[in-house]
Design a protein around this ligand. Sequence first.
Ligand code: UD1
Length: 339
Amino acid sequence: MNILVTGGAGYIGSHTVIELLKNGHIVTILDNFSNSSPAILDRIMFLTGVTPYLVRADVNDKETLDSIFSTDAFDAVMHFAGVKAVGESTINPLLYYSTNVCGSIALLQVMEKYKVNTFIFSSSATVYGSPSQFPIAETCATNPTNPYGRSKLSVEDLLGDIYAADNTWKIAILRYFNPVGAHESGLIGECPVGIPNNLMPYLSQVAAGIRPEVIVYGSDYPTPDGTGVRDYIHVSDLAIGHLAALEHISSSSHGVYLPMNLGTGRGYSVLEIIQAFEIASGRKIPYRYSNRRPGDIAQSYADVSRSNELLRWVARKDLMDMCSDVWRWQIRNPRGYAQ
Ligand code: UD1
């Protein structure tokens, strides 16, 4: 298939592009490189033997969108382009709504114009807010607690309205739990700008000696060891989940609107992650406890029965794979994609 991948140079987008190319799809990446590097293209080429087409543009740039849709007959769009830092979203909500919501609107308008109606949307388990039911199923109430989560849910709602108005659309909404890991080659991985907000990239920098210690946010949660529990999923499993979703919706004989969890279904605590990373890296990881981080919940793990059954997809990589791959990426690329 001929696929447009917005945000295809980013962390999850790039891993998905690799899987798409490996499976013979034709890929055009649209990216403004606001949180990624053009250097990734050479690595994708090295790993797959194919260079994807590249359009350097913002997803809000309707003129460019129009021009690429007028010259290229896309079969489907995978939409990763967006901003994703929860803390930043509380300080600059307009950036989150203009990029995530307006960007999606611009893209969907052009898709409608050119009659491309197969769409995979990059959403997040953050749309569930503080769920009261575990494991978290797609039928749980959505109630995000920050502007980032609300921007994702706004697009989900918009997609529901588009489908209600025209049920020939084929829409998969993929709600990621906690994506971690890196490509097994050590050539592609997560590249946070500045101090990482998320646990895995932070502790990988501690293991590498870039930061002195991990600060464990909260030791009094109602979890087995008192620290927060999350459903960490390897980014390559996540990428394969996108292909499975694409196959599922594009082969359907009718329209589809399908929100789906992508996770492993199993939770690990912060302490379990630190221990696993110590084994994977062979390094001691100093840590100390601090107060709970505002906005954090005690636990989050997915009910993956819908994606397992409908997509015939299951996350295969385990916690040791996730930690080893992050560590390989960290030691081989201490400065990320900058040489
Ligand atoms: C965060 C986002 C979520 C996003 C996800 C992507 C928040 C509130 N949520 O989820 O929207 O989809 O990242 O991966 O930011 N922790 C520490 N020390 C640290 C960092 C984290 O103890 O330095 C703990 C947290 O309290 C939590 C766990 O580690 O229990 C995971 O945190 P993190 O990696 O930031 O992910 P989430 O907060 O689950």
